[in-house]
Write a protein that binds this ligand. Structure first.
Ligand code: HEM
Length: 208
């Protein structure tokens, strides 16, 4: 027996994936059921929700503490691309509001939120393809923020998770990362509810 084989669930990124599986699944379905690829107008509602989420975390990309841990942090920032997408789509930015996170946000919480932002790039590849095929958008117009990194979305993601997994944290801080990720998903969910209302209220299988 080889005792050096790592428990596959021991990596922080995999634990985060497992912990947020259900909430991601509900969000996925909620976004797709909102018919975001039915028209550019519907898609713009999704982009506005993205804008509000990325505004919440925007301060993190200027953090020296986070930058020391996560490679190419500044490049990972997507708020300006989302703003350009909204402008391409002929839409206003959402009303100005402060982001939910700031320079005082504890590092574990920041890592949880960044996990959600970076992970959404993976699903973004699926969304990018649909935006191109159904709405004629691309990396230079309307769907910039969903376009894969030049090195490939999967490679960029693996660099992120390797860095995330390497951060030394206490057990209490581990819990804070998960809470941060859950809060991030809840925030996205609330923005989607507001920007893409669906008639008839809650859907079957919905999680409050
Ligand atoms: C803004 C909303 C969304 C957020 C915040 C989000 C978040 C995430 C996160 C954190 C991951 C990484 C999971 C991991 O640890 O591997 C992920 C992966 C994924 N997401 Fe989403 N997601 C969103 C919307 C969607 C939508 C609407 C779809 C619908 C197609 C989707 C499809 C996927 C897929 C297919 C993956 C896995 C990709 C892979 O493993 O190669 N996501 N998403």
């Amino acid at each position: 027996m080889n005792e050096t084989i790592a428990d596959p669930i021991s990596a922080r990124s995999l634990r985060l994936k497992a912990a947020t599986h259900d909430i991601h699944d509900v969000l996925d379905k909620r976004v797709m059921n909102a018919d975001v690829f039915g028209s550019r107008d519907r898609f713009a509602g999704f982009v506005r929700a993205q804008y509000r989420f990325h505004r919440d975390i925007d301060m993190l990309y200027g953090s020296a503490v986070v930058a020391a841990l996560i490679p190419e942090l500044a490049e990972r920032r997507r708020l300006p691309k989302i703003a350009d997408d909204l402008s391409d789509l002929g839409k206003q930015l959402p009303t100005a509001a402060p982001g939910r996170l700031d320079t005082d946000t504890p590092l574990p919480v920041a890592l949880g939120w960044l996990y959600v932002a970076e992970g959404s790039n993976l699903g973004g590849a699926v969304l990018f393809k649909l935006a191109r095929e159904k709405l004629g958008l691309d990396r230079d117009f309307g769907a910039r923020h969903l376009a894969a990194h030049s090195e490939g979305a999967a490679r960029h993601w693996r660099q992120f998770t390797a860095a995330l997994d390497a951060v030394q944290l206490t057990p209490a801080q581990e819990d804070e990362v998960v809470l941060g990720a859950e809060d991030a998903f809840r925030a996205v969910r609330s923005y989607v509810e507001e920007e893409l209302p669906v008639s008839g209220g809650r859907m079957d299988g919905d999680v409050p």
